[in-house]
Design a protein around this ligand. Structure first.
Ligand SMILES: Nc1ncnc2c1ncn2[C@@H]1O[C@H](COP(=O)(O)OP(=O)(O)OP(=O)(O)O)[C@@H](O)[C@H]1O
Ligand SMILES: [Mg+2]
Length: 371
């Protein structure tokens, strides 16, 4: 591992010229600007200095012994970070189209000898100003990337917690509340029998209580299934979606169908849960908002990705208008779930034209089916 480079507070410039007098002259021009100046006699020395000092700017004469400026510039651009360090080249010899060659080698700027002190000072300051801006841009981008990664990991945690909570609630509803209501129902039935045996006229009230307990039981069962269908883990997505589509058709006047393309294999639980939630939200939206006659869910699975398309022929809406995410969470939630799986979602709708939602989730980075 290379020794850690401790950079001075000042910006670092390497002055490369085989003539001592020229180096001296450049030093005199740039020293008052407050830069930290290092000197090299040829391209080879400049590269060594680059490796040990991480300069902010390299000045390179073109014609030099050992390694000329053009070769040094080309090599420097291939070193780690070299692409971001500006190089200012200069020469007094300009017979062989040196300007063109300098820019081809990766120079950021070019200046003719004899050097004009004012021109050199301005060009150096400008290159360093641009370098500073570039470094600020890179730092901001890195910060943005890490905030984005943090937000993604937070969203993933929130969604997982949400899913776990739904599983817990569904289990409690089913096991505890369901059990208590069943006992209540049995008690009421027994009481009904006892009272009729004794000729006491309470049948009507008890019969309505039993009905009430019955309705409550089926309402709780369907709520538990809505929270987390127990069959998603056992039967997989296709069977559960098929069920969902049939239920929708049964409860509404819509024609609803599921179409399957390709051979559907069981997908990682994260993907199945996300797709299930998206299809559930899309179908709930159709039932609530669309006034549609037909709705279809298409599932298309191949080795690279899984594609889901939900279409309805209802009233549609302006899907490209700004969304009021404060009030409407359904479509936003779908987008977040899909983004967390590196997938893509397209929501196409316009008033009077129905709605189409298309979701693609890549499977390739799951390798053998696991992350
Ligand atoms: N299939 C559809 N047909 C017609 N309009 C739709 C359809 N899907 C969504 N919309 C419109 O888009 C809006 C936003 O949908 P979204 O699911 O984000 O929120 P929501 O259903 O209103 O509320 P929730 O947060 O409970 O889901 C809906 O209010 C509705 O106007
Ligand atoms: Mg909704």
């Amino acid at each position: 591992m290379p020794a850690e480079i401790i950079k001075p507070d000042k910006l670092v410039i390497i002055i490369t010229d085989d003539r001592r007098a020229t180096r001296h002259m450049i030093r005199n021009i740039l020293e008052p600007e407050g830069y930290h100046l290092l000197e090299a006699e040829n391209g080879r020395e400049a590269l060594d200095l680059y490796n040990s000092s991480q300069p902010d700017l390299v000045l390179l004469d073109i014609i030099m012994p050992v390694m000329d400026g053009l070769e040094a510039c080309t090599r420097l651009k291939q070193l780690p970070g070299g692409n971001h360090v500006p190089v200012l080249m200069f020469t007094g010899y300009n017979e062989g189209n040196e300007v063109e060659k300098a820019f081809q080698a990766g120079a950021s700027d070019f200046i003719n000898k004899p050097l004009n002190p004012e021109e050199l000072r301005h060009r150096v300051n400008r290159l360093l100003y641009l370098r500073k801006l570039e470094m600020q841009r890179q730092a901001a981008e890195a910060k943005l990337q890490s905030s984005y990664a943090a937000i993604q990991s937070l969203s993933r945690k929130v969604l997982n917690a949400y899913e776990e909570e739904r599983v817990r609630l569904a289990r409690e509803l089913h096991d505890e509340v369901g059990m208590a209501l069943t006992t209540l129902k049995l008690n009421l039935q027994l009481l009904n029998k006892d009272l009729s045996d004794k000729g006491i006229a309470h049948e009507e009230r008890l019969a309505s209580s039993i009905d009430y307990a019955n309705n409550l039981l089926s309402a709780i069962r369907s709520k538990a299934v809505f929270l987390r269908p127990p069959s998603l883990d056992e039967l997989g997505l296709v069977a559960v979606v098929d069920n969902m589509v049939k239920e929708l058709a049964r409860h509404t006047n819509m024609r609803a169908e599921l179409q399957l393309n390709g051979k559907y294999k069981k997908l990682p639980v994260e993907i199945e849960t996300a797709l299930y939630r998206c299809i559930q939200e899309a179908l709930t939206n159709v039932a609530r908002h669309a006034s549609a006659t037909n709705v279809s869910v298409k599932l298309d699975c191949n080795s690279q990705d899984v594609l889901v398309r939900i279409t309805d022929d209802g009233i549609g809406f302006d899907s490209h208008g700004g969304s009021d995410t404060g009030k409407h969470l359904g479509l936003q939630g779908m987008k977040e779930r899909v983004a967390l799986l590196s997938g893509e979602i397209a929501i196409n709708s316009s008033p009077g034209k129905g709605t189409e939602i298309q979701i693609t989730i890549p499977l390739d980075w799951y390798g053998d089916g696991t992350r």
